[in-house]
Write a protein that binds this ligand. Structure first.
Ligand code: GLC
Length: 465
């Protein structure tokens, strides 16, 4: 019999390029390299507003909604997740009836937030409304929300309170695209019969969007980030994006807003919007100096819960992603798709705990750091004041060259074992190198700290011999 996991993974991969229409997902034509990313002018006020987020480096993304009830399955297919209504062509009435089944009896916001905190995360970004249009908060402007479910209780209220209680920052994901609202256009051909266009007014929809965002930013205290999505349909213009950005800052002057409210455009956007960019399922090859960014990445192959997807990344891969984003100067927003009963999949629970154990020892090398100074080293690294952190996944037992490092090292030691020092070698040919003490302190990734008397400098071209 064919291995089910491989079948599901293969099916998803096969779907990837061919079957997914262009409009699925945030325009894949988004800037891919640093050349394509224009630096937003940074004002001192923006620096102050962005400070906590730049310090945080690591957050939890949560995709939870009515789709979680279906767990990725519909009429014999099982490779869906939060796009299930769209991909399985579920009539809007049928989908709406899922609200009667939303009753996450095991949901405990404090427990979710504790898992994020123990993992070393500093903020939690949760879906207040995904593309399906269902609101997990008590939205006064629609009946299609948690109020109309057996559960009734406002999920955002509980998350905001739990985050604050634990010292984490609550952040809201909110989709512009809306497959439920009667005024949202465009519609899909396949829903013409069940969801009529009669009288739809996009202007009214935009008013609904603003009214929803107003509640999210006024009724739950200080919110760290408004994380928009679903901005890639032609009805959404750049002017609407600019107005939405201004509205958010008007409701809460210190809120940070991501870039996925830029208008749909065929030509490259010359006037970027938002405070940070959002590479999805990837870490940009070289990072983007001068630009704030956050990579959002799934733990397995779906954002929303899929009961058949057990293709979880290993601890080494996840730590590797966190180290990679930090070493390139970005944040990592790592996703969990909770189940309909309000629990996290076991694999996610285990991985969050394991990342927490790593962060407990090595977090100092991640929080508040900036990108690696090394252009061509064999290791990743981060920078903080008069310190450099070097990350080793394999533990070298010969000398490690530090290409281009011109500042003299005062002390080199192991973050996990401050009593263990590395020997600094100064070869006749110039430059500096390290001999590390054996064995590696951590099986997946060990950190070496370099202390200096001044801010360290690394020359781009390796002249260290
Ligand atoms: C895309 C997907 C969406 C997911 C998001 C996360 O926009 O449409 O399902 O929420 O990426 O970045």
């Amino acid at each position: 019999m064919m291995d089910r996991r491989r079948f599901v993974a293969g099916g998803a991969a096969a779907l990837g390029a061919a079957a997914l229409p262009l409009e699925r997902g945030p325009g894949r034509s988004w800037p891919a390299g640093p050349g394509a990313v224009r630096v937003l002018p940074r004002a001192a006020a923006d620096d102050a507003r962005m400070a906590w987020w730049r310090e945080a480096r690591f957050g939890l993304f949560l995709h939870w909604g009515l789709y979680s009830i279906l767990a990725g399955e519909y009429l014999g297919r099982s490779d869906y997740a939060e796009w299930i209504r769209y991909e399985a062509h579920i009539p809007v009435g049928t989908y709406r009836r899922l609200a009667a089944r939303f009753n996450p009896v095991k949901f405990d916001a404090d427990q979710w937030v504790a898992m994020a905190k123990d993992a070393g995360m500093k903020y939690v970004t949760i879906t207040t409304k995904h593309h399906d249009g269902f609101c997990l908060f008590d939205n006064r402007l629609t009946e299609f929300c948690v109020r109309a479910t057996p559960y009734r209780r406002d999920v955002m209220r509980q998350m905001a309170d739990a985050c604050r209680g634990a010292g984490l920052t609550p952040c809201w994901y909110h989709s512009i695209m809306d497959w439920n609202h009667p005024d949202y256009v465009p519609r899909r051909d396949w829903e013409a019969a069940t969801r009529r266009l009669d009288g739809a007014s996009y202007t009214r929809f935009v008013r609904y969007l603003h009214g929803s965002v107003e509640q999210l930013l006024k009724d739950y205290g200080d919110i760290g980030v408004l994380w928009f999505d679903g901005n890639w349909e032609q009805t959404w213009t750049h002017e609407l994006g600019r107005a939405l950005y201004q509205a958010c800052r008007g409701f809460q002057p210190s809120v940070i807003v991501n870039n996925r409210l830029e208008g749909w455009s065929q030509a490259p956007i010359t006037d970027p919007l938002g405070d940070f960019r959002t590479p999805e399922q990837e870490v940009p090859a070289t990072g983007w100096p001068g630009v704030d960014w956050e990579s959002c990445i799934t733990m397995n192959d779906h954002w929303g819960y899929n009961a058949h997807d057990h293709n979880f990344k290993s601890l080494a891969q996840l730590v590797g992603l966190l180290v990679e984003t930090a070493s390139k100067g970005g944040n990592l927003l790592l996703n969990v798709g909770p189940k309909a009963d309000g629990t996290f999949p076991d694999e996610s629970v285990d991985r969050l705990a394991a990342m927490g154990r790593w962060m407990q020892v090595n977090g100092e090398a991640i929080y508040g750091t900036s990108a690696s100074l090394f252009a061509n080293a064999s290791f990743r690294s981060t920078t903080k004041g008069k310190r450099l952190y070097l990350f080793f996944t394999g533990w070298p037992n010969g000398a490690v060259r530090l290409p281009g490092l011109t500042t003299r090292i005062r002390r080199a030691w192991l973050l996990a074992r401050p009593d263990l020092h590395a020997t600094v070698l100064v070869p006749d040919s110039g430059g500096q190198a390290l001999m590390l003490p054996l064995p590696a302190p951590d099986p997946v990734c060990s950190v070496v700290v370099l202390d200096f008397d001044e801010t360290p400098a690394v020359q781009a071209a390796d002249t260290s011999g």
